[in-house]
Design a protein around this ligand. Structure first.
Ligand code: C2O
Length: 576
C-alpha cells in the first residue's frame, strides 16, 4: 500500500515537472575543475629534441572529460614567454562568449605570469571535440581531446563500446613553429612544411628514427571499440584507414550521424569523427597497420608523408606461447588529390535525425550571404624581395578582405561600445565584383585589408554560401565557425548557381558540424541560427591560411530577454 502511494506521488511529481518544463533543466551537471600550466618541455621525436610550449608538460595535452550539462572551470596559468589563449573547439559557449578563446577576438591573450579561468557549461552537446591554443601557431604543440559523455543514464544511439580510445592527429616539426610562421610572413613565401604527422603525438615506424614512437592499440577479439578521431594537424586534411577492418562512422563534430560503414575516412583540421571498430571474432594471427596521410589539393608544398600506428590483438588466454613475427597488413589510402573520394565520403554524412536527436535545420532564412574564400596576393614592401607569387606576398581573404588582427579584443570593444578604430561593422555580404570564381584567374590578384565584422540581430537565420576561388589555384578549405554548428545543406563544383542549386538543398537530414570543407573548385551552403550573442570567429582551419588572413568575425547582437544577452566579462579577463 505504502509503496503504491509513493509510486503515485512520484508519477504525479514527474507529470508536474514535465508540465513545468523542468524535466531536463532541473538536472544540473557537475562542476569540474582543471588546471592548465603552460610551460616549456623538452620533447624528442625523429631524433630531434626541442623545447616546446605544452600544457602541464604533456604532449599531446591532457584530456578534458565532462558530461553533457557539466560546468567546466579551467584555470590556465602562463609560465612561458609567449602570449597564450586556449580555444574549446566546437563548444557552443551559450552566453559564455568570454570563454571562447581566440586571441584578439574574444579576449586579449594571457600574458607571461598571468592566468585566466575559462568558465563555461556544456549545453546540448555530447561527443568528441578538442581544445587548442588560439594564437599564432602555438596550437602545433598545445592541443588535447575534449570528451563529452552523455548525461547519466542516457545511452549512445549505438552499441555500447567495450572501450573508448581517443586518436588525435597532429603535425611534428623539428624546427620551432613560431620561427617558421614568422619567417614566412616576413618573406611572403610558403612556410616550411612539417617533418611528420603524428597519432597521439607519435609519428610511427615509417619515419627515420621513430619506430619506438609508435601508437599501439591492443584489442580483444569480438569487441567493439569507439575511436574518437580528432584532426589537430596544422595544415593538412587527412585520409585514415586501418588494414582489414572497416569502421562505422557514428558521430561528427559531437553530433550523432546516421551510421555508415567505410574502409577509409577523410578528416580535415578542426573536424572530429567518432567511429566504431568491431574487432575480428578470433585471434587473427596478424597485426594491422592504421595510417593517415594528406588529402592535398593546393599547389603549395606539403608534408607528403604517412603516419602509422599498430592495431594488434591480445593472445587468447589459453595459449601459453608468444607469437613473434606475425604478418603486418597495411591499409591502402586514396591518392593524395582524390577529390572524388572526398566528395563521396562527405556526401554520406547525414544527421541521425532521430526523435531524441532531431536535425533542427532552419527552414526559413532571414539573411543570405555569399563569401568567396581563397588565396590572393599582397604587395611586397619596397626594397624587399618577396617569395610569394611573382615577387608578391601570399595572402588570403574572404570576399577579398584579408583580416587584420586588432590590438584589443573585438568582443571587449563591442561590449564597451568602443568599436571605433578597432573594427568596422561592414563586412561585405557578397563579393564586390562578380568574376568567374573558378575560371581563369583575374589579372589583379591583390586582396584588400581590414578588420571587419558582419553584424547579425539576435536569432537571425542565416544561409551562407562559401565559394572557393581559383585565383591562385583551386584548393579545399576547411572553414570553421566558432560558437555554432551549421547544417551543410548543399555543395557542388564550379560556381554556385543561386537559381538552380538551392533546389537540391537537403533541408531534412543534412549533417550538422562546426567545420566544413569548401570543396576544391566548388562551393558549400550552410545554415545556422544566430541564437548566441557575442563575437564569433570564422576561419580556414589550415593554419597557414588563417595566418594569411582567411578569417572574419560575426557579431551577434543581444536579444530582448535576459537569457539572450551576453553576460558581464569575468573579472580576470586578460588585458591587452
Ligand atoms: Cu579550432 Cu578558431 O579554431
Amino acid at each position: 500500500m505504502a509503496t503504491k502511494s509513493l509510486g503515485v506521488v512520484f508519477s504525479l511529481m514527474t507529470t508536474f515537472c514535465l508540465l513545468l518544463g523542468l524535466g531536463q533543466a532541473k538536472e544540473t551537471g557537475k562542476t569540474r575543475h582543471y588546471r592548465f600550466d603552460i610551460k616549456l618541455q623538452n620533447v624528442t621525436r625523429l631524433c630531434h629534441t626541442k623545447s616546446m610550449v605544452t600544457v602541464n608538460g604533456q604532449f599531446p595535452g591532457p584530456r578534458i572529460v565532462a558530461r553533457e550539462g557539466d560546468r567546466l572551470l579551467i584555470k590556465v596559468v602562463n609560465h612561458v614567454q609567449n602570449n597564450i589563449s586556449i580555444h574549446w573547439h566546437g563548444i557552443r559557449q551559450l552566453q559564455s562568449g568570454w570563454a571562447d578563446g581566440p586571441a584578439y577576438i574574444t579576449q586579449c591573450p594571457i600574458q607571461t605570469g598571468q592566468s585566466y579561468v575559462y568558465n563555461f557549461t556544456v549545453v546540448g552537446q555530447r561527443g568528441t571535440l578538442f581544445w587548442h591554443a588560439h594564437i599564432s601557431w602555438l596550437r602545433a604543440t598545445v592541443y588535447g581531446p575534449i570528451i563529452i559523455l552523455p548525461k547519466n543514464n542516457v545511452a549512445y544511439p549505438f552499441t555500447k563500446p567495450y572501450k573508448e580510445v581517443p586518436i588525435i592527429f597532429g603535425e611534428w616539426f623539428n624546427a620551432d613553429t613560431e620561427a617558421i610562421i614568422n619567417q614566412a610572413l616576413q618573406t611572403g613565401g610558403g612556410p616550411n612544411v612539417s617533418d611528420a604527422y603524428t597519432i597521439n603525438g607519435l609519428p610511427g615506424p615509417l619515419y627515420n628514427c621513430s619506430s619506438k614512437d609508435t601508437f599501439k592499440l591492443r584489442v580483444k577479439p569480438g569487441k567493439t571499440y569507439l575511436l574518437r578521431l580528432i584532426n589537430a594537424a596544422l595544415n593538412d586534411e587527412l585520409f585514415f584507414s586501418i588494414a582489414n577492418h572497416s569502421l562505422t562512422v557514428v558521430e561528427a563534430d559531437a553530433v550523432y550521424v546516421k551510421p555508415f560503414e567505410t574502409q577509409t575516412l577523410l578528416i580535415t583540421p578542426g573536424q572530429t569523427t567518432n567511429v566504431v571498430l568491431k574487432t575480428k571474432p578470433f585471434f587473427p594471427n596478424a597485426a594491422f597497420m592504421m595510417s593517415a596521410r594528406p588529402y592535398a589539393t593546393g599547389l603549395g608544398t606539403f608534408d607528403n608523408s604517412t603516419v602509422a600506428g599498430i592495431l594488434d590483438y591480445e593472445l587468447p588466454s589459453e595459449s601459453k606461447s608468444t607469437i613473434h613475427n606475425l604478418p603486418l597488413f597495411k591499409p591502402s589510402l586514396p591518392a593524395l588529390n582524390d577529390t572524388t573520394f572526398a566528395t563521396r565520403f562527405t556526401a554520406r554524412l547525414r544527421s541521425l535525425g532521430s526523435e531524441q536527436y532531431p536535425a533542427n535545420v532552419p527552414q526559413r532564412v532571414d539573411k543570405r550571404f555569399f563569401f568567396t574564400v581563397g588565396l590572393g596576393t599582397s604587395p611586397c614592401d619596397q626594397n624587399q624581395t618577396c617569395q610569394g607569387p611573382n615577387g608578391t606576398k601570399f595572402s588570403a581573404s574572404i570576399n577579398n578582405v584579408s583580416f587584420v588582427q586588432p590590438t584589443t579584443s573585438l568582443l571587449q570593444a563591442h561590449f564597451l561600445g568602443r568599436s571605433n578604430g578597432v573594427y568596422s561593422p561592414y563586412f561585405p555580404t557578397n563579393p564586390i565584383h562578380w568574376f568567374n570564381y573558378t575560371g581563369t584567374p583575374p589579372n589583379n590578384t591583390m586582396v584588400s585589408n581590414g578588420t571587419k565584422v558582419l553584424v547579425l540581430p539576435f536569432n537571425t537565420s542565416v544561409e551562407l554560401v562559401m565559394q572557393d576561388t581559383s585565383i591562385l589555384g583551386a584548393e579545399s578549405h576547411p572553414l570553421h565557425l566558432h560558437g555554432f554548428n551549421f547544417f551543410i545543406v548543399g555543395q557542388g563544383f564550379g560556381n554556385f548557381d543561386p537559381k538552380n542549386d538551392p533546389k537540391n538543398f537537403n533541408l531534412v537530414d543534412p549533417v550538422e558540424r562546426n567545420t566544413v570543407g569548401v570543396p576544391s573548385g566548388g562551393w558549400v551552403a550552410v545554415r545556422f541560427l544566430a541564437d548566441n550573442p557575442g563575437v564569433w570567429f570564422m576561419h580556414c582551419h589550415l593554419e597557414v591560411h588563417t595566418s594569411w588572413g582567411l578569417k572574419m568575425a560575426w557579431l551577434v547582437l543581444d536579444g530582448k530577454l535576459p537569457n539572450q544577452k551576453l553576460l558581464l566579462p569575468p573579472a580576470d579577463l586578460p588585458k591587452c
